[in-house]
Design a protein around this ligand. Structure first.
Ligand code: NI
Length: 397
């Protein structure tokens, strides 16, 4: 019997052609959030082909697969991939370009699914090496609220038994292919949408004294809300409050009746997150009322912040160092973007890591959520092998 690491490396290399075809098929057939029907059918067909048992139709298109090792062990480790694409028209000229017009796998979820299928095939072909159970979670709708993760959890994917840990992998166009990015503790922000409607009284711009000017009120609100981050927040909890849209439909010489503001608040602490929402309401309404107007505040809660469990992430770091070498591990900074994997991280020990997919020489440098996003597909060899290795190592701990 080959040592496990060499065995996994050999299997990753020999499955690469197939996993490449899988990724390209998925890339060519992207589907939007909660509409991943063909994608789900394709994954089910692959799991059948690999001899892996599964349940489908969870939270609409979700799938949960199970692989049992042949050695002693009753630990369960979960591995998660997201399945949805984005409403972006692909600008890449690739032989496997999206055939679903206006829809594109611009966030690498095609790679996440392909890599996890590769990992599944490796695990299925190394069962004599390990004990316990690997639960494969293919979830819908990462990109769209309330997030497939929360729906899958609601359907019980983290129960019977509760997994000892869950790993999630995400492509990273900032990191060179062949490397992975890891961070312990808090990693990605909670994100909530803030919608303000400032109500005043419109009229002729030449007679502002007869109006209640919502443009002026909105301007004061934008400035006043700056104090939430600078004066109310504990300095060591990173927080961002940004307004990207102000809409007042008056004219050069017309003061409008109302002004709308759209913004986002992102942070890393649930208590402070709720407090910040209250502050936004109090300040926005207080400023508006003090100026004779009013302000409706509508805050739509998105995903919570994502925390990487200290122990599970240390374990993963060690596994990655063994599998790829220390020189291929990159430390990640905090990110103010969000991910619905965060929901899992508030339920059980979780580790969300980045798979490098950049290749500057080949011009593969575009960011996720852009029309020119692509990956260096060689990263799939790293992704599928490392995840299998890390899962088996964790089962043995
Ligand atoms: Ni994504």
């Amino acid at each position: 019997m080959l040592p496990l690491k060499e065995k996994i490396q050999a299997l990753s290399a020999s499955f690469f052609d197939e996993i490449l075809t899988v990724r390209r098929y998925l890339h060519q057939h992207p589907e939007l959030s909660m509409q991943e029907y063909q994608t789900s059918a394709f994954i089910q067909q692959k799991l059948k082909e690999y001899g892996i048992s599964f349940e489908a139709g969870i939270a609409t298109t979700g799938i949960v697969g199970h692989i049992h090792g042949m050695k002693e062990g009753n630990k369960t480790i979960a591995l998660r991939a997201d399945m949805d694409a984005l409403p972006i028209t692909e600008a890449n000229n690739l032989p496997y370009k999206s055939t679903n017009s206006g829809v594109m796998h611009a966030c690498g979820h095609d790679a996440h699914m392909a890599s996890l299928l590769g990992t599944a095939k490796i695990l299925q072909n190394t069962r004599e090496y390990w004990g316990g159970t690997v639960r494969l979670i293919f979830q819908p709708s990462e990109e769209s609220y309330p997030g497939g993760a929360s729906l899958m959890i609601g359907e019980g994917v983290l129960e019977n038994p509760v997994p000892a840990g869950i790993f999630g992998q995400h492509v990273a166009p900032q990191i060179e292919a062949g490397k992975v990015g890891i961070r312990k503790g808090i990693y990605m922000a909670s994100t909530d949408e803030v919608y303000l409607t400032v109500k005043g009284k419109g009229g002729h711009a030449a007679t502002p004294h007869l109006c209640i000017d919502p443009v002026l009120i909105a301007s004061h609100i934008v400035v006043a809300l700056q104090q939430i981050v600078s004066r109310n927040n504990t300095p060591w909890i990173p927080t961002v409050l940004s307004f990207g849209r102000i809409m007042g439909e008056g004219r050069m010489n017309v003061i409008p009746d109302e002004v709308k503001l759209d913004g986002t608040i992102r942070t890393f602490n649930e208590g402070w997150r709720a407090e910040a929402h209250r502050k936004i309401r109090t300040i926005a309404q207080g400023v508006a009322v003090s100026m004779g107007g009013n302000c409706e505040v509508d805050i739509k809660e998105g995903y919570p912040f994502l925390k990487n469990d200290e122990t599970l992430t240390s374990d993963f770091h060690q596994s990655a160092a063994e599998y790829l070498g220390k020189e291929n591990i990159v430390d990640l900074d905090l990110s103010m973007t969000a991910e619905d994997f965060a929901f899992y991280s508030h339920k059980i020990p979780a580790c969300f890591y980045r798979l490098g997919t950049r290749n500057e020489q080949a011009g593969i440098i575009s960011n996720v959520h852009t029309a020119t996003f692509n990956i260096d597909e060689k990263a799939l060899i790293t992704g599928m092998g490392l995840t299998a290795w890390a899962a088996i190592k964790e089962l043995a701990r």
